[in-house]
Design a protein around this ligand. Structure first.
Ligand code: KE4
Length: 436
Protein backbone atom coordinates (compact mmCIF):
# COMPACT_ATOMS: atom_id res chain seq x y z
CA UNK A 1 0.00 0.00 0.00
CA UNK A 2 1.36 3.50 -0.79
CA UNK A 3 0.34 6.51 1.24
CA UNK A 4 -0.09 10.02 -0.24
CA UNK A 5 1.97 11.33 2.66
CA UNK A 6 4.39 8.50 3.23
CA UNK A 7 5.85 9.28 6.64
CA UNK A 8 8.81 7.02 5.91
CA UNK A 9 10.03 9.60 3.38
CA UNK A 10 10.81 12.49 5.77
CA UNK A 11 12.31 10.04 8.24
CA UNK A 12 14.59 8.68 5.52
CA UNK A 13 15.53 12.21 4.42
CA UNK A 14 16.42 13.14 8.00
CA UNK A 15 18.43 9.93 8.51
CA UNK A 16 20.37 10.40 5.27
CA UNK A 17 21.64 13.76 6.51
CA UNK A 18 23.04 12.10 9.63
CA UNK A 19 23.97 8.50 8.83
CA UNK A 20 25.65 7.20 5.63
CA UNK A 21 22.81 6.05 3.37
CA UNK A 22 20.42 6.75 6.25
CA UNK A 23 21.08 3.34 7.74
CA UNK A 24 23.37 1.65 10.22
CA UNK A 25 23.76 -1.41 8.04
CA UNK A 26 23.83 -1.17 4.23
CA UNK A 27 21.26 -3.83 3.32
CA UNK A 28 18.56 -1.85 5.17
CA UNK A 29 18.78 1.01 2.67
CA UNK A 30 16.79 -0.81 -0.07
CA UNK A 31 19.57 0.10 -2.55
CA UNK A 32 19.33 -3.27 -4.27
CA UNK A 33 15.55 -3.16 -4.67
CA UNK A 34 14.91 0.59 -4.86
CA UNK A 35 12.28 2.54 -3.00
CA UNK A 36 12.09 3.89 0.54
CA UNK A 37 12.95 1.75 3.52
CA UNK A 38 10.17 1.36 6.06
CA UNK A 39 10.97 3.02 9.37
CA UNK A 40 9.73 0.53 11.93
CA UNK A 41 8.02 1.82 15.05
CA UNK A 42 7.23 -1.50 16.78
CA UNK A 43 7.09 -5.24 16.45
CA UNK A 44 4.73 -7.76 18.00
CA UNK A 45 4.61 -11.47 17.23
CA UNK A 46 5.01 -12.02 13.48
CA UNK A 47 4.29 -8.38 12.70
CA UNK A 48 6.04 -5.04 12.27
CA UNK A 49 4.45 -1.59 11.98
CA UNK A 50 6.02 1.27 10.05
CA UNK A 51 5.80 5.05 10.42
CA UNK A 52 2.52 5.08 8.49
CA UNK A 53 1.04 2.64 10.95
CA UNK A 54 0.99 -0.04 8.25
CA UNK A 55 1.28 -3.64 9.45
CA UNK A 56 3.64 -6.10 7.77
CA UNK A 57 4.07 -9.82 8.17
CA UNK A 58 7.79 -9.96 8.98
CA UNK A 59 9.96 -12.55 7.17
CA UNK A 60 13.25 -10.82 8.00
CA UNK A 61 13.03 -11.15 11.79
CA UNK A 62 15.92 -8.72 12.23
CA UNK A 63 17.93 -10.94 9.78
CA UNK A 64 17.49 -14.02 11.96
CA UNK A 65 17.42 -13.30 15.72
CA UNK A 66 13.65 -13.04 16.16
CA UNK A 67 12.86 -16.76 15.95
CA UNK A 68 10.13 -16.36 18.61
CA UNK A 69 8.65 -13.32 16.88
CA UNK A 70 8.71 -9.85 18.42
CA UNK A 71 7.93 -9.23 22.08
CA UNK A 72 7.79 -12.78 23.36
CA UNK A 73 6.55 -12.39 26.95
CA UNK A 74 9.09 -14.72 28.56
CA UNK A 75 11.96 -12.96 26.79
CA UNK A 76 10.71 -9.47 27.65
CA UNK A 77 10.23 -10.46 31.29
CA UNK A 78 13.80 -11.82 31.48
CA UNK A 79 15.20 -8.66 29.88
CA UNK A 80 13.20 -6.34 32.15
CA UNK A 81 14.42 -8.26 35.21
CA UNK A 82 18.03 -8.06 34.04
CA UNK A 83 17.78 -4.35 33.19
CA UNK A 84 16.59 -3.57 36.73
CA UNK A 85 19.71 -5.26 38.15
CA UNK A 86 22.20 -3.36 36.00
CA UNK A 87 23.07 -2.82 32.34
CA UNK A 88 26.75 -3.72 32.30
CA UNK A 89 29.44 -4.53 34.82
CA UNK A 90 32.60 -5.43 32.90
CA UNK A 91 32.99 -8.29 35.33
CA UNK A 92 32.08 -11.98 35.19
CA UNK A 93 28.47 -12.92 35.95
CA UNK A 94 26.89 -16.31 36.58
CA UNK A 95 24.54 -15.88 33.65
CA UNK A 96 27.46 -16.00 31.20
CA UNK A 97 28.19 -19.52 32.44
CA UNK A 98 24.49 -20.39 32.30
CA UNK A 99 24.34 -19.31 28.66
CA UNK A 100 27.56 -21.16 27.84
CA UNK A 101 26.12 -24.32 29.41
CA UNK A 102 22.85 -23.90 27.49
CA UNK A 103 24.74 -23.57 24.21
CA UNK A 104 27.00 -26.56 24.92
CA UNK A 105 24.00 -28.68 25.90
CA UNK A 106 22.88 -28.52 22.28
CA UNK A 107 26.21 -28.19 20.44
CA UNK A 108 28.53 -30.81 21.97
CA UNK A 109 31.34 -29.82 19.58
CA UNK A 110 31.77 -26.72 21.73
CA UNK A 111 33.94 -27.54 24.75
CA UNK A 112 34.71 -23.90 25.55
CA UNK A 113 33.33 -20.70 24.15
CA UNK A 114 33.68 -16.97 24.32
CA UNK A 115 30.79 -14.52 24.10
CA UNK A 116 31.16 -11.46 21.88
CA UNK A 117 28.81 -8.74 20.60
CA UNK A 118 28.39 -9.54 16.92
CA UNK A 119 28.86 -12.25 14.33
CA UNK A 120 31.62 -10.15 12.81
CA UNK A 121 33.51 -10.26 16.10
CA UNK A 122 32.96 -14.01 16.26
CA UNK A 123 34.37 -14.48 12.76
CA UNK A 124 37.28 -12.10 13.22
CA UNK A 125 38.20 -13.78 16.50
CA UNK A 126 37.81 -17.32 15.16
CA UNK A 127 40.12 -16.58 12.23
CA UNK A 128 42.75 -15.01 14.49
CA UNK A 129 42.47 -17.98 16.86
CA UNK A 130 42.85 -20.49 14.02
CA UNK A 131 45.94 -18.69 12.77
CA UNK A 132 47.39 -18.43 16.26
CA UNK A 133 46.62 -22.03 17.18
CA UNK A 134 48.10 -23.49 13.97
CA UNK A 135 50.90 -20.99 13.40
CA UNK A 136 49.69 -20.75 9.81
CA UNK A 137 48.42 -17.69 7.94
CA UNK A 138 46.31 -18.84 4.99
CA UNK A 139 42.55 -19.20 5.23
CA UNK A 140 39.97 -20.68 2.85
CA UNK A 141 36.52 -19.19 2.41
CA UNK A 142 33.90 -19.66 -0.30
CA UNK A 143 32.40 -17.45 -2.97
CA UNK A 144 29.03 -16.13 -1.80
CA UNK A 145 29.56 -16.86 1.88
CA UNK A 146 29.62 -13.94 4.32
CA UNK A 147 31.16 -14.15 7.76
CA UNK A 148 30.96 -10.51 8.87
CA UNK A 149 33.03 -7.56 7.77
CA UNK A 150 36.46 -8.35 9.25
CA UNK A 151 39.13 -7.27 6.74
CA UNK A 152 40.49 -10.74 6.02
CA UNK A 153 37.01 -11.95 5.09
CA UNK A 154 35.99 -9.15 2.70
CA UNK A 155 37.51 -10.99 -0.23
CA UNK A 156 36.39 -12.12 -3.66
CA UNK A 157 37.87 -14.95 -5.62
CA UNK A 158 41.24 -14.46 -7.23
CA UNK A 159 41.78 -14.95 -10.94
CA UNK A 160 42.79 -18.56 -10.52
CA UNK A 161 42.99 -21.20 -7.89
CA UNK A 162 46.56 -20.64 -6.93
CA UNK A 163 46.12 -16.87 -6.71
CA UNK A 164 44.70 -15.47 -3.53
CA UNK A 165 41.74 -13.19 -3.10
CA UNK A 166 41.20 -9.54 -3.87
CA UNK A 167 39.50 -7.21 -1.44
CA UNK A 168 35.79 -6.57 -2.01
CA UNK A 169 35.93 -3.35 -0.01
CA UNK A 170 37.93 -0.17 -0.22
CA UNK A 171 40.16 0.30 2.79
CA UNK A 172 41.29 -3.31 2.89
CA UNK A 173 44.95 -3.43 1.82
CA UNK A 174 45.77 -6.25 -0.58
CA UNK A 175 48.37 -7.45 1.91
CA UNK A 176 45.55 -8.25 4.32
CA UNK A 177 43.71 -10.50 1.87
CA UNK A 178 46.71 -12.09 0.16
CA UNK A 179 46.39 -15.04 2.54
CA UNK A 180 42.69 -15.56 1.89
CA UNK A 181 41.84 -18.16 -0.74
CA UNK A 182 38.31 -17.94 -2.14
CA UNK A 183 36.95 -21.14 -3.67
CA UNK A 184 33.63 -22.11 -5.23
CA UNK A 185 31.07 -23.41 -2.74
CA UNK A 186 30.23 -27.10 -3.23
CA UNK A 187 33.27 -27.66 -5.47
CA UNK A 188 35.07 -30.65 -3.96
CA UNK A 189 37.74 -30.84 -6.66
CA UNK A 190 38.78 -27.21 -6.10
CA UNK A 191 39.00 -27.75 -2.36
CA UNK A 192 41.13 -30.86 -2.83
CA UNK A 193 43.42 -29.00 -5.23
CA UNK A 194 43.77 -26.05 -2.85
CA UNK A 195 44.92 -28.35 -0.10
CA UNK A 196 47.27 -30.15 -2.50
CA UNK A 197 48.84 -26.77 -3.33
CA UNK A 198 48.75 -25.08 0.06
CA UNK A 199 47.81 -27.74 2.61
CA UNK A 200 50.57 -27.12 5.10
CA UNK A 201 49.98 -23.37 5.08
CA UNK A 202 46.21 -23.38 5.58
CA UNK A 203 45.10 -22.41 9.09
CA UNK A 204 41.40 -22.94 8.54
CA UNK A 205 38.47 -23.43 6.24
CA UNK A 206 35.48 -21.26 7.13
CA UNK A 207 32.03 -21.84 5.66
CA UNK A 208 28.33 -21.34 6.10
CA UNK A 209 26.80 -24.85 6.32
CA UNK A 210 23.66 -23.52 4.61
CA UNK A 211 24.68 -20.36 2.79
CA UNK A 212 22.07 -17.78 3.80
CA UNK A 213 24.16 -15.04 2.22
CA UNK A 214 23.51 -16.59 -1.17
CA UNK A 215 19.81 -16.64 -0.19
CA UNK A 216 19.64 -20.39 0.54
CA UNK A 217 22.29 -22.82 -0.77
CA UNK A 218 23.07 -26.01 1.11
CA UNK A 219 26.60 -27.42 1.41
CA UNK A 220 26.40 -30.83 -0.23
CA UNK A 221 27.24 -33.83 1.93
CA UNK A 222 30.31 -34.73 -0.18
CA UNK A 223 31.52 -31.11 0.07
CA UNK A 224 31.12 -30.96 3.85
CA UNK A 225 32.71 -34.39 4.21
CA UNK A 226 35.67 -33.32 2.05
CA UNK A 227 36.13 -30.12 4.06
CA UNK A 228 36.25 -32.10 7.29
CA UNK A 229 38.57 -34.80 5.96
CA UNK A 230 40.98 -32.37 4.26
CA UNK A 231 41.23 -30.16 7.35
CA UNK A 232 41.93 -33.20 9.51
CA UNK A 233 44.50 -34.60 7.09
CA UNK A 234 46.39 -31.31 6.75
CA UNK A 235 46.11 -30.03 10.31
CA UNK A 236 43.79 -27.13 9.44
CA UNK A 237 40.78 -26.14 11.53
CA UNK A 238 37.21 -26.38 10.19
CA UNK A 239 35.18 -23.35 11.25
CA UNK A 240 31.43 -23.67 10.71
CA UNK A 241 29.71 -20.30 10.67
CA UNK A 242 26.35 -20.93 12.35
CA UNK A 243 25.60 -17.27 13.00
CA UNK A 244 22.50 -17.65 10.83
CA UNK A 245 21.80 -21.39 11.16
CA UNK A 246 22.57 -21.85 14.86
CA UNK A 247 19.40 -22.73 16.81
CA UNK A 248 17.52 -21.60 13.66
CA UNK A 249 17.60 -24.69 11.42
CA UNK A 250 17.72 -27.21 14.27
CA UNK A 251 18.29 -27.17 18.03
CA UNK A 252 21.79 -28.55 17.40
CA UNK A 253 22.40 -26.18 14.48
CA UNK A 254 23.24 -27.23 10.95
CA UNK A 255 26.18 -29.24 12.28
CA UNK A 256 23.73 -31.64 13.93
CA UNK A 257 22.11 -32.27 10.55
CA UNK A 258 25.46 -32.94 8.87
CA UNK A 259 26.47 -35.24 11.73
CA UNK A 260 23.45 -37.39 10.86
CA UNK A 261 24.73 -37.79 7.28
CA UNK A 262 28.47 -37.86 8.04
CA UNK A 263 29.26 -40.17 10.98
CA UNK A 264 31.49 -38.42 13.50
CA UNK A 265 31.24 -35.05 11.76
CA UNK A 266 32.21 -32.22 14.07
CA UNK A 267 33.72 -28.78 13.44
CA UNK A 268 36.80 -27.57 15.27
CA UNK A 269 35.26 -24.15 15.85
CA UNK A 270 31.70 -22.83 15.53
CA UNK A 271 30.49 -19.27 15.21
CA UNK A 272 27.08 -18.35 16.63
CA UNK A 273 25.01 -15.16 16.58
CA UNK A 274 21.50 -13.83 15.90
CA UNK A 275 19.17 -16.35 17.66
CA UNK A 276 21.69 -16.96 20.45
CA UNK A 277 21.24 -13.32 21.50
CA UNK A 278 17.49 -13.23 20.91
CA UNK A 279 17.71 -9.77 19.34
CA UNK A 280 20.28 -8.25 21.67
CA UNK A 281 23.94 -7.68 20.68
CA UNK A 282 25.35 -11.10 21.53
CA UNK A 283 27.27 -13.70 19.53
CA UNK A 284 29.79 -16.40 20.34
CA UNK A 285 32.57 -18.59 19.02
CA UNK A 286 33.74 -21.83 20.54
CA UNK A 287 34.93 -25.36 19.97
CA UNK A 288 37.86 -27.58 20.86
CA UNK A 289 39.24 -26.88 24.32
CA UNK A 290 42.87 -27.20 23.20
CA UNK A 291 42.23 -24.52 20.57
CA UNK A 292 40.12 -22.19 22.72
CA UNK A 293 42.73 -22.24 25.49
CA UNK A 294 45.12 -20.48 23.13
CA UNK A 295 43.05 -17.36 23.89
CA UNK A 296 44.11 -14.69 26.37
CA UNK A 297 44.39 -14.70 29.30
CA UNK A 298 45.50 -18.37 29.04
CA UNK A 299 47.28 -18.27 25.70
CA UNK A 300 48.95 -15.95 23.19
CA UNK A 301 45.92 -15.10 21.01
CA UNK A 302 44.40 -11.82 22.13
CA UNK A 303 40.65 -11.21 22.02
CA UNK A 304 38.50 -8.91 24.19
CA UNK A 305 35.33 -6.81 24.43
CA UNK A 306 33.82 -4.24 26.78
CA UNK A 307 30.29 -5.57 26.37
CA UNK A 308 31.16 -9.23 25.79
CA UNK A 309 28.74 -11.36 27.84
CA UNK A 310 26.62 -8.31 28.65
CA UNK A 311 24.15 -9.18 31.47
CA UNK A 312 21.06 -7.92 29.62
CA UNK A 313 22.04 -9.65 26.38
CA UNK A 314 22.76 -12.94 28.14
CA UNK A 315 19.35 -12.78 29.81
CA UNK A 316 17.73 -12.28 26.42
CA UNK A 317 19.72 -15.10 24.84
CA UNK A 318 19.04 -17.52 27.68
CA UNK A 319 15.29 -16.86 27.64
CA UNK A 320 15.27 -17.36 23.87
CA UNK A 321 17.18 -20.65 24.05
CA UNK A 322 14.83 -21.90 26.75
CA UNK A 323 11.90 -21.41 24.39
CA UNK A 324 13.54 -22.92 21.29
CA UNK A 325 14.62 -25.95 23.35
CA UNK A 326 11.01 -26.85 24.14
CA UNK A 327 10.03 -30.26 22.71
CA UNK A 328 8.71 -30.03 19.18
CA UNK A 329 9.66 -26.37 18.66
CA UNK A 330 11.81 -26.87 15.56
CA UNK A 331 9.53 -29.57 14.14
CA UNK A 332 6.56 -27.20 14.25
CA UNK A 333 8.60 -24.27 12.95
CA UNK A 334 10.00 -26.40 10.13
CA UNK A 335 6.53 -27.54 9.10
CA UNK A 336 5.27 -23.96 9.00
CA UNK A 337 8.22 -22.81 6.93
CA UNK A 338 7.84 -25.72 4.53
CA UNK A 339 4.16 -24.84 4.14
CA UNK A 340 5.15 -21.33 3.11
CA UNK A 341 7.62 -22.55 0.48
CA UNK A 342 5.14 -25.13 -0.81
CA UNK A 343 2.40 -22.51 -1.03
CA UNK A 344 4.65 -20.06 -2.89
CA UNK A 345 5.77 -22.81 -5.27
CA UNK A 346 2.18 -23.82 -6.03
CA UNK A 347 1.14 -20.21 -6.56
CA UNK A 348 4.07 -19.58 -8.91
CA UNK A 349 3.32 -22.75 -10.85
CA UNK A 350 -0.33 -21.78 -11.16
CA UNK A 351 0.78 -18.48 -12.68
CA UNK A 352 3.48 -19.99 -14.88
CA UNK A 353 6.36 -18.25 -13.10
CA UNK A 354 9.72 -20.02 -12.65
CA UNK A 355 10.20 -20.41 -8.91
CA UNK A 356 12.04 -22.74 -6.55
CA UNK A 357 12.57 -22.64 -2.82
CA UNK A 358 14.03 -24.56 0.07
CA UNK A 359 13.93 -24.39 3.83
CA UNK A 360 15.34 -25.92 6.98
CA UNK A 361 13.72 -25.24 10.32
CA UNK A 362 12.81 -21.56 10.39
CA UNK A 363 15.22 -20.52 7.63
CA UNK A 364 14.08 -20.34 4.02
CA UNK A 365 15.04 -19.05 0.62
CA UNK A 366 13.54 -18.86 -2.85
CA UNK A 367 14.66 -17.99 -6.35
CA UNK A 368 12.83 -16.97 -9.52
CA UNK A 369 14.73 -19.78 -11.20
CA UNK A 370 13.64 -23.24 -12.41
CA UNK A 371 16.10 -25.08 -10.16
CA UNK A 372 17.88 -24.48 -6.88
CA UNK A 373 21.35 -22.97 -7.36
CA UNK A 374 24.30 -24.92 -5.97
CA UNK A 375 26.77 -22.03 -5.86
CA UNK A 376 27.15 -18.28 -6.26
CA UNK A 377 27.52 -18.16 -10.08
CA UNK A 378 24.25 -20.10 -10.37
CA UNK A 379 22.54 -17.69 -7.95
CA UNK A 380 23.74 -14.84 -10.18
CA UNK A 381 21.59 -16.23 -13.00
CA UNK A 382 18.58 -14.78 -11.18
CA UNK A 383 16.78 -11.89 -12.85
CA UNK A 384 17.31 -9.09 -10.35
CA UNK A 385 14.69 -6.80 -11.90
CA UNK A 386 11.97 -9.45 -11.66
CA UNK A 387 13.06 -10.26 -8.09
CA UNK A 388 12.73 -6.57 -7.22
CA UNK A 389 9.22 -6.44 -8.72
CA UNK A 390 8.32 -9.50 -6.64
CA UNK A 391 9.78 -7.87 -3.54
CA UNK A 392 7.84 -4.63 -4.00
CA UNK A 393 4.64 -6.44 -4.97
CA UNK A 394 4.78 -8.27 -1.66
CA UNK A 395 5.73 -5.15 0.28
CA UNK A 396 2.80 -3.23 -1.21
CA UNK A 397 0.58 -6.05 0.09
CA UNK A 398 1.99 -5.92 3.64
CA UNK A 399 4.53 -8.72 3.30
CA UNK A 400 8.00 -7.73 4.52
CA UNK A 401 10.77 -9.81 2.92
CA UNK A 402 14.51 -9.38 2.46
CA UNK A 403 15.27 -6.35 0.23
CA UNK A 404 18.04 -8.23 -1.54
CA UNK A 405 18.20 -11.26 -3.80
CA UNK A 406 21.06 -12.80 -1.86
CA UNK A 407 19.45 -12.88 1.56
CA UNK A 408 17.64 -15.73 3.26
CA UNK A 409 14.22 -15.33 4.88
CA UNK A 410 13.01 -16.33 8.31
CA UNK A 411 9.78 -17.65 9.79
CA UNK A 412 9.14 -17.38 13.53
CA UNK A 413 7.10 -19.49 15.92
CA UNK A 414 4.71 -16.53 16.04
CA UNK A 415 3.78 -16.89 12.35
CA UNK A 416 0.34 -18.52 12.15
CA UNK A 417 -1.13 -20.70 9.42
CA UNK A 418 -3.32 -17.70 8.56
CA UNK A 419 -0.20 -15.54 8.10
CA UNK A 420 1.19 -18.13 5.71
CA UNK A 421 -2.10 -18.25 3.78
CA UNK A 422 -2.21 -14.45 3.57
CA UNK A 423 1.38 -14.40 2.31
CA UNK A 424 0.73 -17.05 -0.35
CA UNK A 425 -2.40 -15.25 -1.53
CA UNK A 426 -0.47 -11.99 -1.84
CA UNK A 427 2.34 -13.75 -3.70
CA UNK A 428 -0.13 -15.26 -6.16
CA UNK A 429 -1.41 -11.78 -7.01
CA UNK A 430 2.17 -10.63 -7.57
CA UNK A 431 3.09 -13.66 -9.65
CA UNK A 432 0.26 -12.64 -12.02
CA UNK A 433 2.21 -9.43 -12.68
CA UNK A 434 5.49 -11.22 -13.32
CA UNK A 435 4.68 -13.04 -16.53
CA UNK A 436 7.81 -13.39 -18.58
P1 KE4 B 1 26.89 -9.53 12.37
O1 KE4 B 1 28.26 -8.88 12.52
O2 KE4 B 1 26.02 -8.81 11.36
O3 KE4 B 1 26.19 -9.75 13.71
O4 KE4 B 1 27.10 -11.01 11.81
C1 KE4 B 1 27.87 -11.19 10.65
C2 KE4 B 1 27.45 -12.51 9.99
C3 KE4 B 1 28.28 -13.61 10.12
N1 KE4 B 1 27.95 -14.80 9.56
C4 KE4 B 1 26.80 -14.94 8.86
C5 KE4 B 1 26.48 -16.28 8.26
C6 KE4 B 1 25.91 -13.85 8.71
O5 KE4 B 1 24.77 -14.01 7.99
C7 KE4 B 1 26.23 -12.60 9.28
C8 KE4 B 1 25.35 -11.38 9.14
N2 KE4 B 1 24.21 -11.54 8.30
C9 KE4 B 1 23.69 -10.33 7.69
C10 KE4 B 1 22.57 -10.71 6.73
N3 KE4 B 1 22.96 -11.64 5.76
C11 KE4 B 1 23.23 -9.36 8.73
C12 KE4 B 1 22.41 -8.22 8.19
C13 KE4 B 1 23.22 -6.98 8.00
O6 KE4 B 1 24.38 -7.06 7.58
O7 KE4 B 1 22.65 -5.90 8.29
Amino acid sequence: MTYPTDLNLPLFERARALIPGGVNSPVRAFRAVGGTPRFITRGQGAYLWDANGERFIDYIGSWGPMILGHGHPAVLEAVHRAVDLGLSFGAPTERESELAEAIMRHLPSIEELRLVSSGTEAGMSAIRLARGATGRSKIVKFNGCYHGHADALLVKAGSGLATFGHATSAGVPEVVVQDTLVLEYNDVAQLEEAFALHGKAIACVIMEPIAGNMNFVRASIPFMRAARELCTRHGALLIIDEVMTGFRVALGGAQSLYAQAIPGFTPDLTMLGKVVGGGMPLAAFGGRRDVMEQLAPLGPVYQAGTLSGNPVATACGLATLREVARPGFHEALGARTRALIAGLSQAAQAEGVAFCGDSEGGMMGYFLLPALPRNYPEVLRSDGARFNRFFHGLLDRGIYTAPALYEAGFVSSAHSAADIEETVAAAREVFKTLHN
